[in-house]
Design a protein around this ligand. Structure first.
Ligand code: FES
Ligand code: FES
Length: 80
């Protein structure tokens, strides 16, 4: 299986709005991190939808290795 590109080794804070959907970049190639800009096309990754149930500041994974994607679970700290 292909590995995602590590866009950054730290999460990105986003103020999400209740009721809105967000498309998280899973491949790591997007220039609009942490969200998808279509750069995954032709590869083996697809964006992951996140539907905000309430407005909040969330930390989206930018290393693309989180087990709780699209949100950061701290895995970036163990990446070499
Ligand atoms: Fe990465 Fe779309 S650009 S999933
Ligand atoms: Fe990916 Fe934290 S940025 S787990």
């Amino acid at each position: 299986m292909t590995e995602p590109v590590i866009a950054a080794k730290a999460p990105i804070a986003v103020d999400v709005e209740a009721g809105k959907s967000y498309w998280w970049c899973a491949c790591g190639k997007s220039q609009k991190q942490p969200f998808c800009d279509g750069s995954h096309k032709g590869g083996s990754f697809s964006p992951v939808q996140y539907k905000a149930e309430k407005s909040a500041k969330l930390w989206f994974c930018a290393c693309k290795n989180s087990k709780k994607q699209p949100l950061c679970d701290g895995t970036h700290k163990s990446l070499v």
